[in-house]
Unconditional design. Structure first.
Length: 245
């Protein structure tokens, strides 16, 4: 299943926009109870105004609240981000630490956020059991655990450590695009031959294909079902054109 995930989601990646470890740490903290798209809409202005940990530490709460308001829970997030900046300045010379044990001591940084930062900013493998990941690994019977830390420990031995970060992205992409919470697109899912939960959603391909989300969704679903390579968006557009001609 891991190999098939790699085939059907070659574009899997962290969907939060960032250039530095600090930017990713802040963006991931802001992603709670909102979408990556929403976070990406506010972070360009936020990052320009507060380029360093010291800038966050000295920020005016009222000004930051205005910037973060679209993300929801903006007062709590403002307090957390300012506290994060202060902790980084006081304890780590303004730099984001590279150890899980240090990251989880920072305001607003739990184990999931820490693994996102380690895996994507420092290339230190980590599993990120967000809601999509938790739902899918239980559907696939990789584990029946419900606690995120226990899920992380259960799934880790199943996959080579060097693939933990990209696995997280692939599973999250699959959860967002195909294996939805309420109605998974079973009939358009390339993982169907191995999935013990096949049949939880529509099994007719044409019906299921309409449920698939993401760029060039219909062409991707068709390619996945046929066992064809699923590559770039440009290639998916070409496939769709070939099918319609």
């Amino acid at each position: 299943m891991n190999a098939e995930l790699a085939r059907i989601h070659p574009d899997a990646h962290c969907e939060l926009d960032f250039r530095t470890p600090l930017e990713l740490t802040v963006a991931t903290s802001l992603s709670a109870q909102t979408t990556d798209k929403m976070v990406n809409s506010v972070t360009p202005t936020l990052f320009a105004k507060y380029p360093t940990a010291a800038d966050y530490a000295a920020a005016d709460p009222a000004e930051m609240e205005l910037l973060l308001k679209p993300t929801g829970f903006f007062r709590a997030k403002t307090k957390s981000i300012i506290g994060l900046g202060q902790a980084l300045v006081e304890r780590y010379d303004g730099e984001v630490p590279t150890k899980l044990a240090d990251l989880v001591t920072l305001p607003g940084i739990g184990r999931k956020t820490a693994n996102v930062v380690l895996g994507n900013a420092f290339d230190i493998p980590g599993i990120t059991p967000d809601t999509h990941f938790q739902r899918l690994v239980r559907r696939w019977a990789w584990t029946q655990e419900s606690d995120p830390v226990k899920i992380e420990h259960a799934v880790g031995p199943l996959i080579p450590r060097k693939e933990w970060t990209i696995l997280s992205h692939r599973v999250i992409f699959h959860g967002r695009r195909v294996c939805h919470a309420r109605k998974p697109a079973c009939g358009a899912c390339a993982l169907a031959p191995w999935c013990p939960s096949y049949g939880d959603g529509p099994m007719d391909h044409d019906v299921a294909a309409k449920l698939v989300k993401g760029p060039d969704a219909a062409a991707r679903a068709r390619a996945a079902a046929l066992g064809l390579p699923v590559r770039s968006a440009e290639e998916m557009v070409a496939l769709a054109r070939d099918e319609s001609s």
